[in-house]
Design a protein around this ligand. Structure first.
Ligand code: AMP
Length: 217
């Protein structure tokens, strides 16, 4: 199955993509994780991306395109869940063309809907394991007791000033893609509020629904 998991920063895309990976044999392709890894390793892409990521801006389309296409090809064009890609109309158009050229069209685009106040709460209380990239929420999903405190960090771009900018960028550049995927009959809106297992169940229902309607065609 080929899925784009869509939604604003803090909607739970990463958490849910990881669950799909663990339980349903889909590989998570998260451009944000790939970019953070490149920044950590100070590769040319990492150095180029740094100033954008730190301000909560989008990294240029042409840079992210290469990373995403490489990861999809490495996955033999199947069994993946894209998390954080595409984020602009240009990226979506490139992705559609790239997948079509490789006979690998998307099956569904579940879109996680979460109100802004919940997003701000989730991002301000989000913490990350600096090596594994696992994410936690200080109240609802705290780091386990056996994890060393020194390993738990707040992402620089989860600080309040940057969060505001990331949400504005999402509204301006990324949200219009809902319409792009609705027009292509791929979009399934999913309520992203509630506990992790409930949201996971709703995503599975959405994927089931998408498969049933594809079979009926
Ligand atoms: P994320 O972990 O998905 O929130 O991504 C962290 C940051 O990486 C974003 O705020 C952007 O600066 C950059 N980034 C990740 N994915 C993309 C993308 N598809 N297009 C442009 N920038 C991206």
């Amino acid at each position: 199955m080929r899925i784009v998991l869509f939604g604003p920063p803090g909607a739970g895309k990463g958490t849910q993509a990881r669950l799909l990976e663990e339980r349903h044999s889909l590989t998570q392709i998260a451009t944000g994780d790939i970019i953070r890894e490149a920044m950590k390793n100070e590769t040319p892409v990492g150095k180029e991306a740094k100033s954008y990521v730190e301000k909560g801006e989008l990294v240029p389309d042409s840079v992210v395109r290469k990373l995403a296409e490489q990861a999809i090809a490495d996955q033999d064009f199947d069994d993946f869940v894209l998390d954080g890609y595409p984020r602009t109309t240009q990226q979506a158009e490139w992705l559609t063309a790239f997948l079509e050229e490789n006979d690998a069209p998307l099956h569904a685009v579940p879109s996680l809907h979460v109100p802004d106040d919940v997003i701000v709460d989730r991002l301000s209380k989000r913490r990350m394991h600096k090596e594994t990239g696992d994410t936690y929420h200080l109240d609802h999903n705290p780091p386990p007791a056996d994890v060393d405190d020194d390993m738990i960090i707040q992402r620089d771009d989860d600080r309040p000033e940057t969060v505001r900018n990331r949400l504005a960028v999402y509204r301006d550049e990324t949200e219009p893609l809902e319409e792009y995927y609705r027009e292509r009959d791929l979009l399934v809106v999913v309520n992203g509020v509630g506990d992790i297992e409930d949201v996971h169940g709703r995503i599975l229902d959405a994927l089931e629904q998408a498969q049933t309607s594809a079979r009926a065609e």
